[in-house]
Design a protein around this ligand. Structure first.
Ligand code: PLP
Length: 433
């Protein structure tokens, strides 16, 4: 007879986990006010009083800058757009190289391509999963112009070491803080640790407006250039009198008044959401301590974590089975989260190193002739970043079942599923051998 649900035994949990809904009546009233006003966007793509958008966009940008203690906050329609604009604003172009991480969502590494620059992958830290400063330094060449750091899973990157390397080699630090709003490094907010930072307001993130993003910087020139790229730079620079036309081919990366109004309300809730995530992770970490082959990942010294997910390190040798088998067995004990059923149980093995994407392996990005890879000596192949590969293949498990809507009894079920599989691991070993 089998106990594990993976082999037909009884599941630990049969009712869906609660939906992580951040939207409440405050957002509903804010949106209603915008709809009643009839002004859903007020941007004008010319050098004009409305070049910077309407009242909600402007108010949001002011509030965001005050909240995160940064000089400029610039709203955009996604973090993806924000990262592309940050690369453009930094003056990066063909012939340049940008150091990136293989261990993130794809745009953290592909953003340089939109301006014809080549991403160069450095390896990550074993414990914190952010870019490893030693590996970064080894990848610097005379073509390197910037580093895109990611505050992965809500954990700030190693600011002191990476920023020192950047200063020494005159590189721009672009910080992807999509997963880390409200995380701190020595008391300073993630997103504001480099030269220019980007937050996401996509609906999977801590707070959201459907789709959206915010770019932040203390640098006036970078801020000015991001605003131009966001709103049809090429049509604006003449009237504005901009002299440096580098990368001044613009986009429409503008956020609407509706999204800005939602985000203003969401921002007020951010701190409370992060506090809940932190408490949920602490609660689960304690319960999972009983499993000898699983370890809650450490938090970097002098930082606070925003816990986009909880990360767990799996010891295949101690467990005697593959990580993938363990994950499948735990997922089988549980059921999906409401309204995210299509994603299955929110436990995953991440990230497949980005240099293994067809785009890099086949060296095809812009056009058919291999631009911008063709003129570059940079290569992409398996084995390049052994730490990232090992974490993906054997060691790292992450899960979203710590979000603020989870109640104590839901967290208890998550713990029970992990503990049950650990307690019956011999069943998996038998079947898998
Ligand atoms: C979600 C995410 C992005 C992209 O955010 P969008 O707003 O969906 O474009 C970028 N980087 C990281 C690390 C992310 O998690």
């Amino acid at each position: 007879m089998n106990n594990l649900a993976f082999y037909g035994g009884k599941k630990v949990r049969r009712t869906p986990f609660p939906f992580y809904k951040t939207i409440g009546k405050e957002e509903v009233s804010a949106v209603t006010r915008v709809l009643r006003s009839g002004i859903l966007s007020k941007y004008i793509g010319a050098w004009h009083a409305d070049f910077g958008g309407g009242p909600n966009v402007k108010a949001l940008e002011k509030e965001w800058a005050v909240y995160f203690k940064v000089k400029h906050a610039i709203s955009v329609n996604s973090a993806t757009s924000g990262l592309i604009a940050a690369i453009g604003a930094s003056g990066i172009g063909p012939g340049d190289e940008v150091i990136v991480t293989p261990f993130s969502m794809c745009i953290s590494a592909t953003a340089p391509l939109f301006y014809g620059a080549v991403p160069v992958f450095a390896d990550i830290e074993k414990e914190y999963f952010c870019l490893d400063p030693d590996s970064v330094e080894k990848k610097i060449t005379k073509r390197t112009k910037a580093i895109i750091v990611v505050d992965l899973f809500g954990q700030p990157y190693d600011r002191d070491k990476i920023n020192a390397i950047a200063r020494k080699h005159k590189l721009v630090v672009i910080e992807d803080a999509a997963q880390a709003p409200y995380a701190l490094y020595k008391g300073k907010f993630a997103g504001t640790l480099g030269d220019i930072g980007v937050y996401s307001l996509n609906y999977h993130k801590h707070i959201h407006c459907g789709e959206g993003g915010i770019v932040v910087t203390n640098n006036d020139e970078l801020a000015d250039r991001v605003r131009l790229i966001r709103n049809h730079a090429e049509a604006v620079v003449g009237g504005k009198g901009t002299k440096d036309l580098t990368n001044m081919v613009g986009f429409n990366f503008r956020m609407t008044e509706v999204e800005a109004a939602i985000t203003r309300e969401q921002l007020k809730k951010l701190r409370g959401f992060v506090k809940k995530r932190v408490a949920h992770v602490a609660y689960l970490a304690k319960k999972l301590r009983a499993i000898s082959f699983l370890r809650h990942a450490k938090t970097r010294k002098n930082t606070t974590h925003a816990y986009y997910v909880q990360s767990l390190l799996f010891d295949e040798e101690k467990a005697g089975i593959a990580k993938s088998a363990f994950i499948e067995a735990v997922k089988a004990e549980l059921v999906p989260t409401k309204k995210r059923e299509s994603e299955g149980v929110l436990i995953a093995s991440v990230y497949k190193p980005l240099y293994l994407l067809p785009l890099f392996k086949k060296r095809v990005a812009l056009g058919k002739d291999g631009f911008p890879f063709r003129a570059s000596a940079v290569r992409y192949q398996k084995g390049m970043c052994p730490v990232a590969e090992r974490l993906y293949e054997k060691e790292l498990i992450v899960h979203h079942l710590i979000h603020p809507a989870m109640r104590k009894k839901d967290l208890d079920d998550v713990a029970r599923a992990f503990l049950k599989v650990a307690g019956h691991i011999h069943e998996l070993k038998r079947k898998h051998s």
